[in-house]
Design a protein around this ligand. Sequence first.
Ligand SMILES: [Mg+2]
Length: 182
Amino acid sequence: MFDAIFLDRDGTISHDPYGYINNLSDYHFFDYTFKALRLLHRYTDKFFIVTNQSGISTGKIDINNLENIHSFISNEFEKRKLPLKNIYFSDNYDEDYFSMRKPGIGMFQKASKEFNLELENCLMIGDSIVDMQVGDRLKMKTIFLLTGMGNDYIDDVRSSCDVNLVSNNLLEAAKDIKLILQ
Ligand SMILES: [Mg+2]
């Protein structure tokens, strides 16, 4: 069991068509997302979403729209009794080690404090190199997905990160998770 599973948002649980999403009508889960999450729920009783949304600081994303999208996501998890404990987002381009923006560790530290998590006993799943970098920094287990931006980052991820598993998508990751448990 993991203390928690941290999920990136865009390109991981949902499509990432433009690099950012400013409207609920543009927000779409992958068709397998909830099937995958039900499988992953066997391995944790806490999910968190950790998402870089720097478009807020540039005006590309409206904070009210972001909140609408996050309410929608929370509802969809709740309907299915999936324990999404919180959605953390960063709204800027800060790049220091402790910043909220991944690969800064801020969002994870916050979750760790608020929910008493041992981060070394958590899993991070994402489609960007920053998801894997922050996983390495915190000695989390990591799964890299080839959805979203995954294909663009795979070479850099393989050469510079200590990834536990590379999967084609979240559903495959959920099925293969056994491989990283021993
Ligand atoms: Mg992503």
